[in-house]
Design a protein around this ligand. Structure first.
Ligand code: IMP
Ligand code: MG
Length: 184
């Protein structure tokens, strides 16, 4: 596993993003909408870095990705609990890859009439984009590698790592065959 972004680098960048979000919302408390499960470490640190009142809510989108590859039809598995009409909403994602998940969420939430909908993502992997989505707050741009850690998983593993690392093809293959062997 190759560490791409250290824990210290992540903490510094998340602090900057928090300050930027506070500056962009001087008189209204924004609603952060985390996309489960990948957002959890990012949203927790981001909240601590936003020095103005704000609220949180969560959505969950069908995990169409068992391992590395994705299919293309996101569905809402868990909806918001709060109303967002007239509110300043910030979607909080772990990574934007093909863009399908966020394009789908953006359309679903915009249909409910928020005053403003912005997007914050810890990581951006632009090389694989298939749907364009406007990103307002980006932590880091990553190359076309499969990354794990700081909320991101590979088949539910590695989420807890405090840094972001790239898995090698060999690691991906051995994880995948390990899973198959384990499920027999
Ligand atoms: P998209 O719909 O292709 O943009 O992918 C979005 C989701 O796929 C993200 O929210 C992640 O949960 C997952 N994903 C995409 N790339 C990676 C990766 O490199 N590592 C782990 N999860 C990823
Ligand atoms: Mg995600």
């Amino acid at each position: 596993m190759e560490v791409l972004i250290s824990a210290a680098e992540i903490q510094h960048r998340v602090c900057d993003l928090g300050k930027q979000i506070a500056r962009d919302h001087p008189d209204r408390s924004p609603l952060l909408v985390g996309v489960l499960n990948g957002c959890i470490l990012f949203i927790a640190d981001l909240m601590k870095a936003i020095p103005i009142p704000h609220e949180i809510d969560f959505v969950s989108v069908s995990s169409y990705r068992l391992g590395k590859e994705s299919t293309r039809a996101p569905r809402l598995l868990k909806d918001l609990e709060k109303e967002i009409v007239g509110r300043d909403v910030i979607l909080v994602e772990d990574i934007v890859d093909s863009g399908h998940t966020l394009a789908f969420l953006r359309e679903s939430l915009l249909a409910r009439g928020p005053r403003r909908l912005r997007i914050a993502t810890l990581l951006d992997k632009p090389s694989r984009r298939e749907r364009e989505v406007p990103l307002d707050y980006v932590g880091f741009t990553v190359p076309d590698r499969f990354v794990v850690g700081y909320g991101l998983d590979f088949a539910e593993r590695f989420r807890h790592l405090p840094y972001v690392a790239a898995l090698s093809e060999t690691e991906i293959e051995s994880e995948t065959s390990g899973r198959k062997a384990g499920s027999l």
